[in-house]
Design a protein around this ligand. Structure first.
Ligand code: F6R
Length: 612
């Protein structure tokens, strides 16, 4: 989604802004722009295309080089196509101020009509330019830029993260947010603002996170934060959790591959301090304050989108299996618009890597408004979902840059397993059973490492199938969500059509798709439904399907049925998704590379979906 960067300080702004935009590239965009303030002039450069196109434009604008205040933006088109006119920053029609904006102004047409009647002119199709002109209109009579911004935002329906600079107050950036993240990096005599901490870490790890309906006024010598009602809000400095090394490629060709290979370490970090093996106890500090209340949980609703929804489906199975609590998973986008029934004792668990997904956030708010206790399973520390839940457990997976979620998925499943074990032990689970499962969970990072050694072989398996445009993914029980996730991974980065199914459902329709040579990936580790899955494989083979099985090491039977076998070490069924998903992530990765797709920037996709 769109990215914002801003700088105010003593250094030259342009380089910092462009570097910041590069750090946000992974989020997806189709145009970019910079506006700096120099000697009371607003100087703007913008264009459709990549940051490299923008730097080519900037090379022709040496007059923009010396400024020490500026704002910049990467845009992912919503209102109007990716053109130079629609790219941000937008300069108001009186030339007084420039604005960058993430989010959507829902009432922009009504505002545009009013402003047009007052004589304002518009050069773009965007809602953001309307906001720029609205602020400019109010700025004519306002004492300060922040007054004009505040008043304008009271007129606005919708979401925004925004940054504004003006000719009249050239040493100042005003930023505000509602529903779209904004972080202020606090340096020594300088501030870097951004919609994502990735653009800040190079300069400082000290940050102030704005909450919804807050605004900050930032000058080189200090900042103040206010509510939109002009009340001061004291803020503590927080630490940005990750470092520059963590967001660098570190020798890998793509972030997705790097993050697949980071999974053993990411899971170790997710488990750190949470498995007390000596006392056979799961320790989850984040939910401790409401631990007693949680034991009375009568029903759990997981809500999430995409890959996080697949993790939620595994969560449903884990909670029913290990904690004996009725559980279900809901698409956040559906849940928020239904009229959901939330009886007493309902706990809603929002699962989100970014912690900013608009639908998940809205579903969470809907559930809270109806009285549910809200838990978060979130990766991005300080994100909106993390802050709006009653309690939660962070993933500690480290930054996930690749658009296709991989290590966040496995860490989401780890955290769900920990939560289910934590509650299960307090309800039904014996200490012995818990101890066995804890030991198995502790062994997962090393087992993941073993699975990863098959990377090259998986590439070879894919090479033999790469011309197929339709694939099926089958699994049962805990491995049914893995089949769904394998299909999603393949289609989103390689653009191959793929369907994931509970294996037995195949014969109720989709079996008609199978023809000679069609790739069918069957997730078939040893578990209670193993024999049934073998029958499903036979059904596929009888119709000429080419079977790629994911199976337990040492399973001598499976090779008789499958054309290729990808091996995973043995582990208890509830933990199998943590291992069985890895070969599927690698299958998708190699398919995308072999088809020449841009793995880290798949078409039409953005990393964090902050619009509905
Ligand atoms: C797929 C993928 C998406 C996200 C979904 C939710 O690889 O990454 O399906 O899982 O957009 O995002 P978060 O977890 O940030 O809420």
């Amino acid at each position: 989604m769109c990215g914002i960067v801003g700088y105010v300080g003593r250094k030259k702004a342009q380089g910092i802004l462009v570097e910041g935009l590069k750090r946000l590239e992974y989020r997806g965009y189709d145009s970019a722009g910079v506006c700096v303030l120099d000697s009371g002039q607003l100087l703007t450069a913008k264009c459709p295309g990549r940051i490299s196109d923008l730097t080519a434009v900037l090379d022709t604008r040496p007059e923009m080089d010396a400024a020490t205040v500026g704002i910049a933006h990467t845009r992912w088109a919503t209102h109007g196509g990716p053109t130079e006119a629609n790219a941000h920053p937008h300069v108001s029609d009186d030339g007084q101020l420039a604005l960058v904006h993430n989010g959507i102004i829902e009432n922009f047409l009504a505002l545009k009509q009013v402003l047009t009647a007052k004589g304002h002119e518009f050069v773009s199709e965007t809602d953001s330019e309307v906001l720029a002109n609205l602020i400019a209109e109010l700025y004519r009579t306002a004492d300060t830029l922040e007054d004009a911004v505040r008043t304008a935002l009271h007129e606005v329906t919708g979401t925004y993260g925004l940054a504004v600079i003006s000719r009249r107050e050239p040493d100042k950036i005003v930023v505000a947010r509602r529903g779209s993240p904004l972080v202020v990096g606090v340096g020594d005599g300088e501030y870097v603002i951004a919609s994502d901490a990735a653009a800040i870490v190079e300069h400082t790890s000290n940050a102030v996170y704005l909450n919804d309906n807050e605004l900050a006024v930032i000058r080189p010598d200090g900042m103040k934060t206010l509510t939109l009602d002009n009340m001061p809000v004291p803020k503590d400095l927080e630490q940005i959790e990750y470092s520059l090394e963590e967001i660098a490629l570190g020798g890998y060709e793509h972030y997705m591959l790097k993050e697949i290979f980071e999974q053993p370490e990411a899971v170790r970090n997710s488990l750190r301090g949470r498995l007390n093996l000596r006392e056979t106890r799961v320790q989850l500090g984040g939910i401790e304050p409401i631990g007693r209340e949680l034991i009375k949980t009568r029903r759990v609703i997981f809500t999430a989108c995409g890959t996080a929804w697949h993790a939620g489906l595994i969560g449903e199975f884990l909670f029913e299996d290990l904690a004996r609590i009725p559980a279900e998973v809901e698409y956040a986008s559906e849940f928020r618009y239904r009229n959901p029934i939330i009886p007493d004792g309902t706990v809603v668990v929002a699962i989100s890597q970014s912690g900013e997904t608009a639908d998940t956030l809205a579903a969470l708010r809907e559930a809270r408004d109806r009285g549910a206790t809200a838990l978060g399973i979130v990766n991005a520390v300080g994100s909106t979902i993390a802050r709006e839940t009653d309690a939660g457990v962070y993933l500690h997976a480290g930054p996930e840059i690749g658009v296709a979620s991989t290590k966040a998925f496995t860490c989401q499943v780890v955290v769900e397993a920990l939560l289910a074990m934590y509650l299960g032990r307090r309800k039904f689970m014996s200490q012995f059973s818990l101890g066995e499962l804890m030991g198995a969970l502790d062994a997962i990072p090393d087992q993941m490492q073993t699975v990863l050694t098959q990377n090259d072989r998986i590439g070879e398996v894919v090479a033999g199938l790469i011309d197929w445009d339709n694939w099926l993914f089958l699994g049962r029980g805990y491995n049914y969500p893995v089949a769904l996730e394998g299909a999603l991974k393949l289609k989103e980065i390689s653009y191959i059509h793929a369907e994931g199914l509970p294996a037995a459902e195949m014969k109720h329709g989709p079996i008609a798709l199978i023809q000679e040579g069609m790739p069918v990936v069957v997730v078939a580790p040893r578990c209670s439904t193993y024999d049934k899955v073998i029958s499903n494989i036979e059904e596929v083979r009888a119709r000429g399907g080419r079977v790629i099985a994911v199976a337990t090491e040492g399973d001598s039977r499976i090779s008789r049925y499958a054309d290729s076998v990808l091996w995973v070490p043995d582990c208890p069924a509830p933990l199998q998704p943590l291992l069985t998903v890895i070969p599927l992530q690698l299958l998708a990765y190699h398919a995308a590379v072999q088809r020449g797709c841009n793995v880290d920037k798949p078409r039409n996709l953005a990393k964090s979906v902050t619009v509905e």
